[in-house]
Design a protein around this ligand. Structure first.
Ligand SMILES: Nc1nc2c(ncn2[C@@H]2O[C@H](COP(=O)(O)OP(=O)(O)OP(=O)(O)O)[C@@H](O)[C@H]2O)c(=O)[nH]1
Ligand SMILES: [Mg+2]
Length: 238
């Protein structure tokens, strides 16, 4: 058996060892907290820089304004062009309610999404949103979206309606035919280009489908951009 003094000594040594370990752990915790704080600060700084860069890009580059009926794929294209998600929807009713402007992934233009123009409610508000989109700054392209209906006549009819409405913008109009991946289409891209050129003198046409990448879409849009023009559109009746 150890003498009492030795037991006391052992206990003291153990207590010292324990205290040293606690101190070491506390130091580790403090360091980890410091690192976490630093990482958070760095992240906030990076977000701030990105926002600044995006605003700067937004100030410098022209706009590509998208208009078209509900569910024709405007927001889907916006997502691809800007590299964002969560804008498009599967709903049977109109999804986008407000115009929304984001820089394209390569920063060469800004894309402006608008609410579908055949929504059942809030038509005045939707008109106003298009007017606001067109007034956001110089416009280099108005992308009129239309779905690749099985019959080319339906595409033409749809385009005609929009051209009549946006006749003042004819110089910047480009037709974006979406849903080219869907089966049953009875016409080719060339058929579509030819008829839009013959009937309306429109030579700017882009095609996209679910498998069209953001990069491909950006290239197609860039190829059609025209000299930016400034419009002053009265609200409520674009
Ligand atoms: N197959 C196919 N589906 C598409 C294509 N583009 C869009 N969609 C689908 O069509 C639906 C509507 O797409 P959105 O991009 O929300 O249409 P939108 O024009 O923004 O609609 P609103 O905001 O209501 O005006 C979604 O389910 C999309 O996944 C396409 O090229 N091919
Ligand atoms: Mg939308």
């Amino acid at each position: 058996m150890l003498p009492v003094n030795s037991v006391q000594l052992c206990l003291e040594l153990l207590a010292q060892e324990h205290a040293a370990k606690v101190q070491e752990l506390e130091a580790h915790c403090a360091q980890a907290e410091d690192e976490a704080r630093q990482a958070k600060e760095n992240e906030a700084l990076a977000t701030q820089k990105l926002e600044l860069a995006q605003n700067h890009v937004g100030d410098m580059v022209p706009n590509v304004v998208m208009v078209g009926n509900c569910g024709t794929g405007k927001s889907t294209c916006m997502e691809k062009l800007s590299g964002t998600t969560g804008l498009a929807g599967d709903s049977m009713i109109a999804i986008t309610k407000l115009h929304n402007r984001l820089p394209a992934k390569d920063g060469s233009f800004c894309i402006v999404d608008t609410p579908g123009q055949n929504a059942l409610t809030d038509r005045m508000q939707d008109n106003l949103q298009v007017a606001m989109a067109l007034n956001q700054g110089p416009v280099s392209l108005m992308l009129i979206t239309t779905k690749a209906d099985n019959r080319l006549e339906e595409v033409v009819e749809h385009v005609e309606k929009y051209i009549e409405r946006f006749i003042d913008f004819v110089e910047v109009i480009c037709i974006l035919v979406t849903c080219m991946d869907q089966p049953g289409r009875q016409w080719s891209e060339k058929d579509c280009r030819d008829i839009l050129s013959d009937q309306f003198g429109l030579n700017k046409v882009i095609f996209s489908g679910l498998d069209t990448s953001g990069e491909q879409l950006i290239q197609s849009v860039r190829a059609e951009l025209v000299e930016p023009r400034t419009f002053d559109v009265a609200g409520g009746g674009a």
